[in-house]
Design a protein around this ligand. Sequence first.
Ligand SMILES: [Zn+2]
Length: 388
Amino acid sequence: MDMSNIYRLIIKIAILFFTFVLSIQNVLAWGSTGHKIINRKAPMQLPSLMSKFKSDSLFYEAHASDADYRKVSGDTTFAAEYYRHYLDIDEYPNFYNLPRNLDSLIKLYGWDTVKSRGTNPWFTKYFLDSLTAQLARGDSIKVKQTASDLGHYVADGHQPLHCTFNYDGQFTGNNGIHSRYETTLLDYFQSQIVISPASIQYVSSPIDYIFEYIYYSQSFVDSIMLADNYAKTVSGWGGSGTAPASYYNALWERTQSFTKDMFQRATVALASLWYTAYVNAGLLSITIESVLPEEYSLSQNYPNPFNPATIIKYQLPEDSRVNLSIYDLLGREAATLVNEVKKMGSFEVEWNASNLSSGVYICRFSAIGLASDSKQYFTDVKKMLLVR
Ligand SMILES: [Zn+2]
């Protein structure tokens, strides 16, 4: 074999390789461009206290689509990668009242149906829990990878066509819309997607939070199909072969406002879940301001059971005199965590019980509203279990 044959062989291999890579690109959710934007931009929404986490944005970007590459054709197990990227939520009857608990849903519909309609919410939650555990034990290498993967699943949940049975427009004559919308359209207009700083929140019920954004995403499915019809009319493109630029200009005209918004929301949701993992891992004991609370509340401590530290959260709808104390079962005071006037807002305090023995402890919370016309007085108790 002379040198020119070797070069030809190398070129052939290179062409085969790139053809292979390009064919994979077609099945990526949000195209790889969309996933990169969300994973790179979400860290900007994090509080500065998470600076170490924020500084890995280039890693999250580089690994934004790893989850797509893990799909193994022929794997039909319940946990298979393939099913984690979507939830065909509107295929379920009465889907606004869908049980969000996986066991309940499986009891109603069976494993196979639940699996094939997609497992995105439960695997998003699973990755959130993994991230929390990895943060808690300081496994910084796994943290970076899991944070990236979590970003992928959250982004999928913000792509309307990953939240519908009509995911490729196959039931409405919009065949092929999936990759036109999430890949080609974004490659044309990605520079117009600007993410603004926004406030994030601690997510106390992740599954509910995930379902909320999936319902929201699903509500734009019809708009995408109508935009596709409109763009075909404007461009005169009939739907076969490659769509012209005029088609994409018209498609963007009709989809840009909610598409930009979904990207913004995806960065906020991802940062909120990262932040939640960070708090639940015990790495932050200061709550950032989010939505101002409308009523008094005391949340169950987390973790519970605990050893030796746990976090207690509470909310004040107005400036209040607050007392938060811990008692043992005999009524003896074990600790006073708060006894002062606080501004309205959400708070959390950490209780470290390292000098106490195992057992049930009672957290007692009281608050007296201090607004001039206030008559509010609120008390609540929670049981907490220390296991040494
Ligand atoms: Zn995906």
